[in-house]
Design a protein around this ligand. Sequence first.
Ligand code: GLP
Length: 234
Amino acid sequence: MRWETFESADALAQRAATLLLTAIRADPRLVLGLPTGRTPIGMYARVVGECSREYHCFRDVTTFNLDEYAGVPRDHPASYWTYMRTHLFDHVDVDPGNTHIPDGTAPNLDAECARYEREIAAAGGLGLTFLGLGHNGHIGFNEPGTPFDARTRVVELTPSTRRANAEFFPDGNVPSKAITMGIGTILESRAIVLLAAGAGKEDAIARLRAGTIDESFPASALWKHDDVMVLCAC
Ligand code: GLP
């Protein structure tokens, strides 16, 4: 695990955007795993800025998002589908048919999870996956206690995760479930970049850095992977 630390969230975002675009230039048919949350917004803004100057940035790229709320319609302002369109997809030349986000309103969520796994496999697996870090160490929506070999599935969100995301649901209807790629799915990505920043993340970052691999702290699974970079504003 390689660590890079930054004095500001802006500097971290710039580095993350550079890593993402460098990877696309090296492999224009890259399969990306993409996160949501507050942390990656700056990365996406910089990627969009660069791509407005660069022809065919995302033309042959395929993307898979890490997660989506269950029961939240795609056009809901807080859905990750809306997030990705707002922050990235509407502003770059990605083929919408090559963008994948779990459908949290599918009639059979378990079947949707299995379908998502098959789509990742059919795309040749994840090449480079960016992750955020939850206050409790979650990656995607894999909450503490998740087995490290878990696949894409429906999960219950912990009260702390629901509180952390409550501001996006002003009507108070914060979802209690989500679909998330599993830790096992994420670990099969050939390379991983974790973005570790944000208020109140100090304990989670210190726990990750300490290096104890334990299912009570999901991000510690990343120590088992041999190509992980942590970008830390800490
Ligand atoms: C959400 C997302 C995660 C994200 C985490 C941290 O729960 N499902 O993928 O990494 O929050 O979000 P933030 O960057 O807003 O702190």
